[in-house]
Design a protein around this ligand. Structure first.
Ligand SMILES: Nc1nc2c(ncn2[C@@H]2O[C@H](COP(=O)(O)OP(=O)(O)OP(=O)(O)O)[C@@H](O)[C@H]2O)c(=O)[nH]1
Ligand SMILES: [Mg+2]
Length: 471
């Protein structure tokens, strides 16, 4: 008999949605399409937890139970911290009743207490975070469910905005760092619908077939506002997402692009430490997210549709300049158009490299010259030639030292980016600045004071206090 699932989704308004189903994939699609009722604000963003049950009645009973739980208790369940769930149940004088589970139940701890439901897939939120060292050991340990769980917990810790979590997160990063750096970091971008997810599914499965372990992370600029297509991507990469050698993590869904990019970089380190040797960072081709992805990967791939004009868009936005490889997808629809696009883009790239980088003007065998390949992600055609080009890029850039230089520059740029962001935050939170800011803003808006004068006044308020503290 088919199992039944109880699941928890995190919604755009910060609330949790609890539901049950006997078909997770279908249900996630329904959620994404809005077929299972939501308000605009309650749009579900991420599957946080799911448990498997023998019967519908069992699932329903457990679903009802969870629905009555406090947020803290739900989060303890998502964190897999069953002891805490029980503690919370007991502190309210109640004990959760035991669901009938499909899998063998762990031994009971005592009298009336319940055993935890088996967690098939759990991505905990802020629960009681494990000490950094234990998480690190889990991440660098044997591949399998235990490692996967440690990875999810580690990434959740890194994503947390709580200051006490941040200290642990930094400790974790420092411990993970010696185990990172061995993977190849591949950035993939393109307009919505170009076929990124379809391609990553085909590529991921191809790479797994070659013995690689593949991690996929996404930067979704729309998710910083509305939640984006997070559930969609997880379910669309249907075969890859369930493969034991693949790890797919959707975009963190809050904050600015800078914040999201920061979390993705850190998640990338977790995946590398866990031994994933190809890390793919996907982003939808709108706005600045491409630049962010190119700034954290070894190679940046731009996906294009085989219609003319599309490449002009990319040139206008300056994306073509940063592409190391351009992929023309959907070549199966119109082979001639794809070939025309290939010729056009090849010549655009040649022009760009001549104008942009004098070093590239003469063909130099030790340097990489951006290439164009045609593929059909849907039919899985061209994946091998794509990977051959990636391999060639990697070999060349390793031999000429550019890969190492690129990573060094990225690490330093990342440091400065964080310093800038940190200073800005500290500035805004500064009591004197906070006090002065509304007046200054009003004065600038009304034209009573020059913007630069207001800025100087505010900066002065900030530094004077800092200096007073030193004295
Ligand atoms: N004919 C054809 N269709 C394709 C190909 N690749 C993708 N598609 C189809 O194009 C549509 C969009 O593909 P996705 O992989 O979801 O595109 P995406 O770039 O991930 O889109 P977003 O996540 O919305 O940014 C789907 O219906 C795919 O089946 C291809 O090579 N040939
Ligand atoms: Mg997609």
């Amino acid at each position: 008999m088919r199992p039944f699932y109880v699941y928890i989704l995190r919604c755009a308004d910060g609330s949790y949605y609890v539901g049950h189903t006997d078909d997770m994939v279908l249900r996630m699609q329904q959620h994404e399409n809005g077929k299972v009722g939501y308000t605009a604000l309650r749009k579900p963003l991420e599957l946080m937890w799911q448990g498997e049950f023998e019967t519908r009645e069992g699932a329903l009973a457990f679903e009802l139970q969870i629905k009555g739980w406090s947020r803290v208790k739900k989060e303890a369940l998502m964190a897999g911290d069953w002891e805490r769930v029980q503690e919370l149940a007991q502190s309210r004088g109640k004990v959760a009743s035991a669901p009938r589970l499909r899998q063998a139940q762990p031994e009971r701890v005592g009298g009336d207490e319940v055993s935890p439901p088996p967690t098939v897939h759990s991505e905990p939120v802020e629960g009681r975070a494990k000490p950094a060292h234990a998480l690190m050991e889990g991440v660098i340990g044997q591949p399998g469910p235990v490692q996967r769980r440690a990875m999810s917990k580690a990434i959740t810790l890194l994503e947390s905005t709580r200051t006490d979590h941040r200290a642990q997160a930094d400790e974790l990063l420092t411990q993970l760092l010696p185990h990172t750096g061995k993977a190849f970091r591949l950035g993939i971008s393109g307009v919505p619908g170009v076929g990124k997810s379809t391609f990553i599914e085909a590529l991921g499965l191809y790479l797994i077939g070659q013995g690689h372990r593949v991690a996929v992370l996404t930067i979704d600029p729309s998710s910083t506002v509305s939640g984006g297509s997070i559930l969609g991507d997880k379910t669309r990469m249907e075969h890859l997402s369930v493969h034991e050698k693949a790890y797919i993590r959707p975009s963190p869904s809050s904050g600015t692009l800078g914040g999201v990019a920061e979390k993705t970089r850190e998640a990338m380190l977790v995946c590398e430490a866990a031994g994933y040797d190809v890390v793919i960072v996907e982003t939808v081709g709108v706005g600045q997210s491409e630049i962010a992805v190119a700034g954290m990967t070894d190679m940046f791939v731009l996906m294009q549709l085989p219609n003319a004009g599309d490449d002009l868009q990319a040139i206008k936005k300056g994306v073509m300049e940063i592409a190391d490889l351009v992929v023309i997808n959907k070549a199966d629809i119109d082979k001639n158009a794809a070939t025309r696009a290939e010729a056009q883009i090849t010549s655009s790239l040649r022009l760009l490299s001549q104008h942009g980088n004098p070093e590239n003007a003469h063909h130099n065998e030790t340097l990489w010259h951006p290439k164009v390949v045609q593929i059909s992600a849907l039919l899985g055609q061209g994946v091998d030639s794509f990977w051959a080009a990636v391999t060639q890029f990697r070999q060349l850039q390793t031999a000429n030292g550019r890969l190492a230089t690129r990573r060094e520059k990225q690490a330093l740029a990342w440091m400065w980016e964080r310093i800038d962001a940190g200073l800005k935050l500290a500035f805004r939170q500064h009591p004197q600045v906070k006090e002065l800011l509304p007046q200054m803003q009003a004065d600038v808006a009304a034209g009573r004071i020059a913007a630069s004068t207001a800025a100087r006044n505010l900066l002065l308020a900030h530094t004077q206090q800092a200096q007073a503290a030193i004295k």
